[in-house]
Design a protein around this ligand. Structure first.
Ligand code: G3P
Length: 217
């Protein structure tokens, strides 16, 4: 399972990339606004930090303008993945970019039928938003299971990129289902490594080690 960081915070990305555990980055217009930085500049910088795909989202809503925006984004770096909304124009743009060999991430997916359309359009990634579904009383993970079943039924190559991840519980559930990628806020990636018994056990080991009066170095 691949881990992407869902952020436009360059310092956080650099820190996580240094662990070797980061496979890519996803951004969206809200995350860019939160960064307070110029969109094209910050995305280009992120592309230089991680080897994997960096999703950068178009903001046009019509196919022709989406194609023009995609051309600008593609020129930033070879690891750009063009992020497109799950609308008819977004799907049309996805199909056209896929034909040109461009990586695409179709976002704002909230139903299995939408995910089916994205796969038919040749999307590299489909981004179902589990947290936002949970927020309105639906079961986000049920959607991931449905998409997994449908994609496997037809051997679609589109990768399931679980988005709107809010906690390690989402990550575990997505991994059990066999989702290809989870994109998470950096705080959730760090939470995955934590366990109270790990901290307690380490503290005990270090206390006992100190009693020996020895040192390794
Ligand atoms: O990048 C898309 C998605 O991960 C956003 O998550 O927390 O704003 O629902 P959230």
């Amino acid at each position: 399972m691949k881990f992407f960081a869902d952020t436009a915070d360059v310092a956080e990305i650099a820190d996580l990339a240094a662990t070797g555990l980061l496979d890519g980055v996803t951004t969206n217009p809200s995350l860019i606004a939160k960064s307070g930085r110029n969109f094209l500049e910050v995305v280009k910088e992120i592309c230089g930090i991680v080897d994997g795909p960096v999703s950068a989202e178009v903001v046009a809503t019509d196919h022709a303008t989406m194609m023009k925006e995609a051309a600008v984004l593609r020129a930033l770096a070879p690891n750009i993945c063009v992020k497109l909304p799950l609308t008819i124009d977004g799907l049309k743009t996805c199909k056209a970019l896929t034909a040109e060999g461009v990586k695409t991430n179709v976002t704002l997916c909230f139903s299995a039928n939408q995910a089916l359309l994205a796969a038919k359009a040749g999307a590299t990634y489909i981004s179902p938003f589990v947290g936002r579904l949970d927020d309105i009383g639906h079961d986000g993970m049920e959607l991931i299971q449905d998409i997994r079943t449908i994609y496997d039924n037809y051997d679609f190559k589109t990768e399931i990129l679980v988005a709107s991840v809010r906690s390690p519980v989402h990550v575990l559930a997505a991994a059990r289902i066999g989702a290809d990628v989870a994109t998470m806020p950096p705080s959730v990636i760090r939470q995955l490594a934590g366990h109270a018994l790990t901290e307690k056990g380490l503290a005990a080991f270090l206390a006992d080690w100190a009693k020996t009066g020895q040192s390794i170095l």
